[in-house]
Design a protein around this ligand. Structure first.
Ligand SMILES: Cc1cc2nc3c(=O)[nH]c(=O)nc-3n(C[C@H](O)[C@H](O)[C@H](O)COP(=O)(O)OP(=O)(O)OC[C@H]3O[C@@H](n4cnc5c(N)ncnc54)[C@H](O)[C@@H]3O)c2cc1C
Length: 314
């Protein structure tokens, strides 16, 4: 998504994530506007190949939709390898002699100028439902442009189904795959299978990784829902110490009465795998105490960080 609020953007040769993945040479400097997961992953990727990476993000942290503690930790780690400007909104872009300059402003009016060989604009993605004359079909979309579906992934029009990024169930490869299985069963085999996204995990593939499922503290606060928190550091596990991993933690949020797990947020080595410790527990209604006390964990497996976070829930 490339909103028109950045002066001069349409006149310069900027990259989208699709373009960036097709570059044939590693740019010396790689400037990214936007600090979400695509910026995080591509910044890490180009940085690993030797580009000097600069990231400009309007919010106070990178990956601002992640849990606040995870986002803050990630921002600090990313700041150690990139030039990171959080709290700065890109306002103008110019290009001269093959160099692109981005001007960004903080809320108090402070300006920075950042220049580089390539500019990636990573300001989010939206469903590709415009420009295909969807209105002519009568298929309904919501305010954000996603096609509305019921639990069986039928749209409001008989015989039309929606799955993948156009449907409002998470813009992930794995949610699209899951929806695909349901649609095939319901369409080709006349089934009535319903989608359930209660424990839809996601990950950010950097080093360290982020793995998360369920609600963040900010989302629970917004809902006015009570919760208790448990946290454990990777260094609390013998495997992390053996691997000399000195960063990362797991955090579990649970209902104080029912002890139902409401969310789990992990930053650390292989967090995308570790989060699957919690997704079955959430999906099948196990409590945080069940995960902490009745599941026996292999010693010294790193998944003990999740068990320890569950034990830490008061
Ligand atoms: C840089 C990046 C990294 C990502 N990393 C991850 C990740 O690590 N894990 C993850 O789960 N998800 C990731 N995603 C998201 C993931 O790619 C999408 O959620 C997934 O591809 C959605 O699948 P889809 O089939 O709905 O859409 P797409 O994969 O986008 O496929 C849609 C297809 O439709 C075609 N098309 C578009 N318009 C038309 C038209 N009018 N007529 C005919 N064909 C058309 C397109 O050419 C495209 O081939 C990432 C996305 C990006 C951009």
């Amino acid at each position: 998504m490339v909103p028109g609020a950045i002066d001069g953007l349409q006149e310069v040769d900027y990259l989208t994530s699709d373009d960036a993945l097709k570059l044939e040479a590693v740019p010396d400097e790689f400037v990214i506007v936007g600090g979400g997961y695509i910026a995080a992953e591509l910044g890490y990727y180009f940085g690993s190949f030797g580009s000097d990476v600069t990231v400009i993000e309007a919010e106070d942290t990178l990956v601002p939709r992640e849990d606040g503690d995870v986002a803050a930790a990630f921002t600090e780690i990313a700041g150690g390898r990139h030039d990171v400007y959080t709290g700065y909104r890109a306002s103008a872009v110019t290009e001269s002699a093959g160099e692109i300059t981005v001007t960004a402003e903080a809320e108090d009016g402070t300006e920075v100028e950042v220049a580089g060989e390539e500019l990636l604009v990573a300001l989010g993605r939206r469903p590709n439902t415009e420009g295909i004359d969807l209105d002519a079909t009568g298929v309904a979309t919501n305010d954000a442009g996603f096609i509305e579906t019921d639990e069986q992934l039928r749209t409001n029009v008989e015989g039309v189904w929606a799955m993948g990024d156009v449907a409002d169930n998470g813009m992930y490869k794995h949610s699209g795959d899951y929806e695909g299985e349901i649609v095939i069963e319901n369409v080709a085999h006349d089934g009535s299978r319903e989608a359930d996204f209660t424990a839809l995990p996601h990950a950010v593939f950097t080093e360290p990784q982020i793995g998360a499922v369920g609600k963040t503290e900010a989302q629970l606060d917004e809902e006015g829902r009570e919760y208790v928190v448990g946290r454990a550091e990777f260094t609390d596990t013998a495997m992390s110490r053996a691997l000399k991993l000195d960063e990362g933690f797991a955090k579990v949020l649970a209902d104080p009465e029912t002890r139902e797990i409401l969310g789990c947020h992990i930053i650390g080595h292989e967090a995308s795998m570790l989060v699957h410790e919690v997704t079955p527990a959430m999906r099948y209604g196990a409590t945080v105490d069940g995960l902490a006390n009745t599941l026996i964990h292999v010693h010294p497996a790193m998944s003990k960080v999740v068990m320890k976070a569950c034990k830490d829930v008061s």
